[in-house]
Design a binder for this molecule. Structure first.
Ligand code: PEP
Ligand code: MN
Length: 342
């Protein structure tokens, strides 16, 4: 980090700034130009409050050289991370389809979908037990019973399960869940992120509706800083002025995140578009953009779904899409190794 000081500053104030920075275990080097003084700070500056330094009387500007996301960034971890979700690998060439209904509704529904998506090539089963809904009057999910039914579907199909946690108090229910999803609305629920950092279980972290990529990486940092290294990022569309689709799929987030971070990156075309007809084309585009996997909503009877039926693929549509994804991956993999599930 570089601190640019104002001209003709009070030397006592400068000395006390240097002393304070050194007390934070930073190596401070003073660079004297003609009229201008710079301080170069070496060491771990990630905990430093940049705005606090900027607000000091003698400071003109502060520039970060290093990204604030040390653990999720590539600088200290250049090789791609590979997650192990109960035997299913994700990342660095291990591509996964994660599919299932928006919400778990009944044993027949979730077990039927589990078998169908597995037959089509999905590596993991998704399904919401606790649903974050905009209106308190909308269906809120079937709660604990949903987790029980997901575990039954896992038992029957052999697919590991992914489901969303909405609050810390639900954590004890997630003991046998293979991957915990943090939804867009909870991306900055820092207490929840800290608690998930204490687990040694994969976490699927969705990008917040209006979050920058830096904010997403800093949220991942909360989990990694606790010692849980199993984090996958998920681009699920952001809020823009475009209202034809439910959200706007920011596909450039995929190559950007993959260049900044070693963590695998998923795309959720279902919530990004909100329309089942747009899910296949955007899925193919996401694979071409380098996504490590897709999170896709599938329902055997979308018009009767209790949640998000308008964006759900039928199992046979999902099957057709999985075949096309295989073709795109084969093109991309020509000449390079890859042993993902699809
Ligand atoms: C979901 O995956 O069911 C969900 C609610 O997603 P998001 O948090 O992206 O809205
Ligand atoms: Mn949904």
């Amino acid at each position: 980090m570089i601190v640019i000081l104002k001209e003709n500053i009070n030397q006592e104030q400068l000395e006390s700034l240097i002393q304070w920075l050194e007390s934070l275990a930073l190596n401070v080097q003073k660079i004297q130009g003609c009229g201008q003084t710079l301080l170069s700070l070496l060491g771990d500056t990630s905990g430093l409050d940049i705005d606090l330094i900027r607000a000091l009387d003698i400071v003109e500007e502060v520039k970060r050289i290093q990204e604030p996301f040390r653990r999720s960034g590539r600088k200290f971890h250049p090789q791609n991370s590979i997650l192990d979700i109960n035997g299913i690998k994700l990342g660095d060439g291990h591509f996964q389809l994660i599919a299932g209904p928006c919400s778990v509704e009944s044993e027949e529904q979730i077990c039927g979908i589990a078998h169908a998506v597995k037959a089509a090539g999905a590596g993991l089963l998704r399904g919401g037990a606790f649903k974050p809904r905009t209106s308190p009057y909308s269906f809120q999910g079937i709660g604990d019973e949903g987790i029980r039914l997901l575990l039954e579907a896992k038992h029957q199909s052999g697919l590991p399960i992914v489901t969303e946690i909405m609050s810390l108090s639900q954590l004890p229910l997630f003991e046998e869940v293979d991957m915990i999803q943090v939804g867009a609305r909870n991306m900055q629920n820092f207490e929840l992120l800290k608690a998930l950092g204490q687990l040694r279980k994969p976490v699927l972290l969705k990008r917040g509706i209006s979050s920058t990529l830096e904010e997403l990486l800093l949220s991942a940092e909360y989990i990694l800083a606790g010692g849980n290294e199993q984090v996958v990022l998920c681009e699920r569309g952001i809020r823009t002025f475009s209202n034809y689709t439910r959200n706007t799929l920011d596909l450039s987030a995929v190559p950007v995140l993959k260049s900044l971070s070693h963590l695998p990156v998923l795309v959720d075309p279902s919530h990004a578009t909100g329309k089942s007809s747009l899910v296949p084309p955007m899925s193919l585009a996401a694979v071409a953009a380098g996504a490590d996997g897709l999170l896709i909503e599938v329902h055997s009877n979308p018009p009767c779904a209790l949640c998000d039926g308008q964006q759900a693929l039928r199992p046979e549509e999902f099957h057709g899409l999985a075949k096309k994804i295989q073709c795109i991956r084969a093109c991309l993999n020509e000449g390079s190794a890859g042993d993902g599930n699809v």
